[in-house]
Design a protein around this ligand. Structure first.
Ligand SMILES: [Cu+2]
Length: 154
């Protein structure tokens, strides 16, 4: 039932200005992805998860019909080189936030099934340990920084 309600909210919100989604005490702000050339093999989604509750939650996984596979990634330093690394989960502290942004955490999308075209939306389901599953709509944006080179090398 929780999944159904979250999905309905997502549909309603995708037509609203705010572009924010809720799952219990979690508020998911402005999910977005960069527009990419049609042959790009992989992309990434970014968003900010605010936790307005008094209990920490954890993002466990993500999935989307837009890609063969979605993984939670972060960037870490290997010596002097910044590299992406898969993580099993991302914590969302009570009263805090988990930020997914270029150069840091991101939801990696492998095997894109459709081009990421600016102005379009695609669904992304986030699964939290406590809040359960919530589907958000990711907005594809053109006016973002150029894609990081490492994203094109997958
Ligand atoms: Cu990545």
């Amino acid at each position: 039932m929780r999944i159904l309600i979250a999905s309905l909210l997502a549909v309603l919100c995708s037509f609203a200005m705010a572009h924010e989604f809720t799952a219990g005490e979690l508020y998911i702000d402005h999910p977005w992805s960069r527009a990419l050339p049609p042959n790009a093999p992989a992309g990434a989604a970014y968003l900010v998860i605010h936790n307005k509750g008094t209990n920490a939650d954890t993002l466990l996984s993500a999935s989307t019909p837009m890609a063969d596979k979605a993984e939670l990634h972060t960037h870490v330093m290997f010596g002097e080189v910044m590299k992406m690394q898969r993580v099993d989960s991302v914590g969302v502290p009570a009263g805090g936030e988990a930020r997914f942004a270029p150069g840091g955490n991101h939801v990696m999308l492998f095997g894109l099934k459709q081009p990421l075209v600016a102005g379009e939306f695609f669904p992304l389901t986030l699964v939290f340990e406590k809040a359960g599953a919530v589907e958000v709509q990711v907005k594809v944006e053109q006016d973002a920084p150029a894609p990081a080179a490492e994203h094109l090398e997958h």
